[in-house]
Design a protein around this ligand. Sequence first.
Ligand code: FAD
Length: 397
Amino acid sequence: MASSAAFRSLARRSALLPSAIRPSLVPAAQIRLHSSKHPKNFEAPTSEDLSELRDRVQDFTRREITEEKLGDAGLLGITADEDVGGLALGYQAHCIVMEELSRASGSIALSYAAHSQLCYLPDLIAGTSVGALAMSESGAGSDVVSMRTTAKEVEGGYVINGPKMWITNGPDANVIVVYAKTEPDKGSKGITAFIVQTDYKGFSCARKLDKMGMRGSNTGELNFDNVFVPKENVLGKVNGGVRVLMEGLDLERLVLSAGPLGLMQASLDVALPFSHQRKQFGTPIAHNQFLQGKLADMYTKYQASKAYTYTTARVVDEEGLIKTQDCAGAILYAAERATECALDCIQVLGGMGYTEEMPASRILRDAKLYEIGAGTSEIRRMVIGRAFNKEYAHFST
Ligand SMILES: Cc1cc2nc3c(=O)[nH]c(=O)nc-3n(C[C@H](O)[C@H](O)[C@H](O)COP(=O)(O)OP(=O)(O)OC[C@H]3O[C@@H](n4cnc5c(N)ncnc54)[C@H](O)[C@@H]3O)c2cc1C
């Protein structure tokens, strides 16, 4: 069984391997480089370590996949420092866990991803508390810095007032990172991030949202009614919330891009055996060239998306380079391909694909979320365009 100890031994062994025997395309001197988002003394895991991790997550998801058990299995805190109970394994490893969990269950993986964003807190790494991140409001989605929730300074802390919308894990969370305006007149420069315990007086989950997909991952509308938060709970600097938000955004997009990869794998897991077993006109339907075309497209889209995500993650781990256009590009590409793969999967299954007896329609409904949640496809294209505008600014002057 994939135990916490087993994952931890993987982490320790990776850290102990001499860099001389690490297979890598980059010179040994560069391997030690890492981004500020990696734990201290981080060394990128070897491909053998990563494939062992993938096997263990697959084994775990086949046997038991409940949120509490993710903590016991040591799958929380993949990128966090070992000092706080993390595994310090980096972003390739985090993508592998996200992909394999999504392959087994889109919903559990989505909740895992939202929770993971707070996995610098020991209770969340242990899995004894559930985490959520609350930025969006019904009037502030793509334009999230137009949020209206306020945090007014009072003696010893801040008082938060306002609603938050579409918050993954919101109905179940014990701890929420909440973004609120500390200086509403300053726009994006007046936002602060706070760590809020949901047992603080004045916090409530107004309702659990009824969604088309990801139905096993609870999403809530939250309300903050004069919630007092001590000043020690400010995350980062006062009025520096957008910096906290932006710093994490590229890597959040990268890790989330592994979600659609897992869903594409799930589509293939359903469509390939079905189409080789199901016979019409006396032969397996997979021997029909129209269906071979669909299966080939599904497979190719998965492999191309996978290559983009893991190449980007390898550059992050091995060179410490976080490229905004590639983090946004990886999720933009994978998300749209996952929806297409799920549609093809339904078509390959015919009538069975349209029933709830097979998982194909659930995969489609889950996949669509990745074109909307954590930034829409349109906004991701905008982010990529803006990264180019920055890089090529000297041509415009
Ligand atoms: C299941 C689920 C889970 C979520 N989890 C969380 C969470 O945990 N925490 C959190 O804070 N938020 C969460 N969200 C919110 C999510 O991030 C927002 O829904 C998303 O950013 C889009 O915002 P919106 O829904 O307000 O759409 P809008 O911003 O209103 O966009 C509507 C449409 O207009 C387009 N559009 C908007 N502006 C532009 C533009 N400038 N150019 C081109 N097109 C544009 C969009 O692409 C989209 O197609 C979640 C959402 C869902 C559905």
